[in-house]
Design a protein around this ligand. Structure first.
Ligand SMILES: *Cc1c(COP(=O)(O)O)cnc(C)c1O
Length: 384
């Protein structure tokens, strides 16, 4: 019997070693890891530069409280806001915490209580971020929830227009819904969101916990849609597996987050910041990001070319190296892929999510493609 709370339905696989895009289980079976710890280990496992940054900082100083100057935190903040319309950063330890900070800041700054979020969204498991989340199964049994949130259908301009007004503090959204099934709205929807935010002076909060830090081929996914957010939240890919989250925001918001207003013990400590800096030094290079875009586009096109002819495959969606295959039998296919040595993650009801490391090589993508084609071929034979 396990001494763990049974909050997860775990596979029998135990990954004991990682090297770049590969992981090895307890039987030394080798897998291509296209889960990346759910969009976390974007540079693959045990990347030498990240390992070196961790080792170096671990021998210097790990933790000081935020009562002191932390130069590594200042540097990381500068790196994150450079090349964006953001000015300031607040560091924490997870995506949910970054969203909590955003929700608190939006309420305090605007002095309003209504925040619009969307059906099928995922924002985290704390009370605020869970209440913001647009999936009932995440919230069952935990009510009463935080009353701040109004959930609207995703990609529905008329509902958005109907429910936004001068009493709205913020609109909070993932630009591409990750857990919800790699759902991208129409370009006009994003345009309308931006318009409405400007019209009523509503804060635009973008949850980039899954889509940020190069995952979609840009530093932040909002750049694809010409958006101008006031607040951006980050975590997952920010530390390549070392826990760190961040909230970025515009300078005007600083007045609402003065000394004593919000805080965290661990957030932004020197060890986390040194590691994250080494991650951004690699990912935030234009050449690196262009490669993510190129590889993602090729991979998606190849998947489309080979899979869309199956009647059970509905759509291939995504941007950069965040790709979803919407199809029948998604759960069964994921298990078969595992047997073939390719790890993937489900999303939504019937989507296979592919999250390769961002520095994946073309031949590794080809190898994954071949495994996917073999499994789809077999499934199709047995079903028909
Ligand atoms: C994973 C995720 C979160 C929650 O992050 P945690 O680090 O698990 O708290 C929030 N928002 C989005 C979009 C996510 O994908």
């Amino acid at each position: 019997m396990s001494a763990l709370f049974p909050t997860y339905k775990r596979k029998q696989i135990q990954l004991q070693q990682g090297n770049g895009p590969y992981v090895f289980d307890q039987n030394n079976k080798k897998y291509l890891d296209f889960t990346s710890g759910i969009a976390v280990t974007s540079l693959g496992h045990c990347h030498p530069e990240v390992v070196a940054a961790l080792q170096k900082q671990s021998e210097c100083i790990w933790h000081t409280s935020n009562l002191f100057q932390i130069q590594k935190q200042e540097l990381l903040a500068e790196t994150l806001v450079k090349n964006t319309n953001m000015d300031l950063a607040f560091f924490c330890n997870s995506g949910a915490e970054a969203n909590e900070a955003a929700i608190k800041l939006a309420k305090k700054f605007t002095k309003k209580n209504k925040i619009i979020t969307f059906n099928d969204s995922f924002h985290g498991r704390t009370f605020g971020s869970m209440s913001a989340t647009g999936q009932q199964k995440i919230k069952d049994g935990f009510g009463p929830l935080v009353s701040t949130f109004l959930h609207l259908p995703w990609n529905d301009i008329s509902q958005l227009e109907k429910h936004t007004d001068g009493e709205t503090a913020a609109i909070m959204m993932e630009v591409i819904q990750g857990e919800g099934g790699i759902k991208i709205a129409d370009f006009n929807f994003y345009k309308k969101v931006q318009e409405i935010c400007k019209k009523y002076d509503i804060l635009l909060i973008i949850d980039e916990v899954q889509t940020g830090i190069g995952r979609t081929g840009k530093r932040y996914a909002y750049e694809h849609f010409g958006l101008d957010p006031d607040i951006v939240t980050l975590a997952k890919g920010l530390g390549n597996g070392f826990p760190i989250g961040a909230m970025l925001g515009k300078r005007k918001l600083a007045e609402a987050f003065g000394p004593g207003s919000h805080g965290t013990t661990f957030g932004g400590n020197p060890l986390a910041c040194a590691i994250s800096q080494s991650v951004l030094n690699i990912i935030f290079q234009d050449e690196f990001l262009k490669e993510v875009e190129r590889k993602g586009k090729n991979f998606k096109e190849q998947l489309e070319d080979h899979l869309l002819s199956y009647p059970s495959v509905n759509e291939i969606r995504g941007e950069g190296l965040l790709i979803g295959i919407e199809c029948d039998h998604a759960g069964e296919i994921i298990v078969n892929l595992e047997n073939e040595g390719l790890l993937t993650v489900p999303a939504g009801e019937r989507v296979i999510r592919l999250l390769p490391p961002l520095n994946v090589k073309d031949e590794e993508l080809t190898s994954a493609l071949n495994k996917i084609l073999a499994v789809f071929h077999n499934i199709h034979e047995t079903v028909s």
